[in-house]
Ligand binder design. Structure first.
Ligand code: FAD
Length: 384
């Protein structure tokens, strides 16, 4: 089997390299400042527009919106993006919004939204979790009541990442109060500028802002219903499968690992046998994680069910990222806690030590993912 990509596979990765070459240190510094200002990990509006200008959003989507690229081409581009230290989070959230519409949206919704996704002007967030409904999402309380050609939405969502920079929210609501659990839910696209929407910051450990979003009598056109009424769970499971097939820490950790090796190479003879063995194991695990992530992506592209393998990739990548960052921070010792001067690696490790704590929670906790793997992948009976 040949694992080396050829010219055709590298087409979009090379475009990313060209983009990277146009960024000097001042531009990179400005980008880092923008990311810090927006307070969302790896999110930048200006970078999103750069990607859009090069046609690099929605690569695998059909024409006229995407490039009909293959999943492995998109994988290589996304990997290059992370390896160059560029912010990829906005790309994945917006692609997820567009992907949902391509799977479940009406032709009118696709025609309205997709051009704005690929030109980088509209951004999307996901409003699922509530104060009392995280792992047990099906107990959510946000209601939408039909009133003519509108729904009137009331409720509160918690942990909505990037709501404060988003144009639209994919909002999961209960439309049929007579039904319970997955029956009677619907998915609405809510314009976050609508009267009655209030967005408040919630700060998490990595210096990262998520949001509490309140919906008070918010009127949403019925035309913004995605999929059929009361069938929102079907729409959202497609989103969750796609989300869990994303890289949760593995790709960024490979970059951190490469930077650490570069740093250590100056004083390799000071490293113990045990440190070298641990480093070697991490390199192998990171490569295995890369292949698992690629396998899930290719499997999804073939139209296979990834509801069991996506969570495997998520648990593996997120827990590996945490283990590596803890080990690397200990290895660098006090430098990580008190970065000296322009020691960007130490500063990044310190920040990642805090950011990585959420990787095993966001997108569904590791415990919940393991339950899903047991059920979907191993065919074991449900625990409840
Ligand atoms: C930084 C961040 C960003 C987020 N972004 C978004 C977003 O954009 N949109 C959104 O909708 N949500 C978002 N979330 C919410 C996230 O999906 C939930 O936090 C997560 O699903 C867990 O829910 P919870 O916090 O309510 O914890 P709980 O569900 O209360 O879980 C508490 C503990 O109980 C365990 N547990 C619960 N049920 C089970 C079970 N059946 N078996 C075994 N153990 C169990 C959990 O593993 C966890 O350890 C975000 C969260 C974070 C931290």
């Amino acid at each position: 089997m040949n694992f080396y990509p050829g010219d055709e596979e590298n087409r979009y990765r090379d475009q990313m390299r060209e983009l990277a070459d146009s960024y000097g240190w001042p531009e990179m510094k400005a980008l880092r400042e923008e990311i810090e200002g927006l307070a969302i990990e790896r999110y930048s509006m200006t970078f999103q527009r750069q990607l859009a200008a090069r046609g690099l959003i929605g690569l695998t989507w059909p024409k006229p919106y995407g490039q009909e690229a293959r999943v492995d081409q998109q994988f290589l581009m996304a990997e290059e993006l992370e390896c160059q230290g560029f912010p990829g989070y906005g790309l994945t959230t917006n692609q997820r919004g567009g992907g949902m519409l391509l799977r479940s949206g009406s032709p009118e919704q696709i025609a309205e939204h997709l051009p704005h996704v690929v030109d980088g002007s509209w951004t999307y967030c996901q409003g699922l979790s509530e104060p009392g409904a995280g792992s047990d999402l099906l107990s959510l309380k946000t209601r939408a009541v039909r009133d003519g050609d509108h729904y009137v939405v009331n409720g509160a969502k918690l942990w909505t990442s990037s709501a404060h920079v988003s144009t639209w929210c994919s909002l999961l609501v209960r439309t049929d109060p007579e039904q319970t659990r997955h029956r009677g839910l619907s998915l609405l696209l809510v314009d976050l500028k609508s009267p009655g929407v209030t967005i408040q910051p919630v700060w998490v450990m990595g210096g990262w802002r998520v949001n509490a979003v309140f919906y008070d009598d918010v009127r949403v056109p019925v035309a913004n219903l995605v999929g059929d009424e009361h069938q929102g769970w079907r729409v959202i499971t497609g989103n969750l499968d796609e989300e869990r097939a994303m890289s949760f820490g593995g790709t960024e950790t490979r970059l951190l690992c490469a930077r650490l090796i570069h740093r250590l190479s100056e004083k390799a003879d000071e490293l113990s046998e045990s440190d070298l063995t641990t480093l070697g194991r991490f390199i192998m695990d990171l490569e295995a994680d890369r292949l698992l992530y690629l396998r899930v992506g290719l499997s999804a592209a073939r139209g296979e069910d990834t509801s069991g393998t996506g969570p495997m990739s998520k648990v593996h990548g997120s827990e590996l990222a945490q283990r590596f960052i803890e080990w690397a921070s200990e290895l660098l010792g006090h430098q990580t806690l008190y970065p000296e001067g322009d020691d960007v690696l130490a500063a990044d490790l310190e920040q990642q030590l805090r950011v990585a704590t959420v990787l095993t929670v966001i997108g569904g906790t590791s415990e919940v993912q393991r339950n899903i793997i047991a059920n979907r992948q191993l065919d074991l009976p449900r625990s409840n």
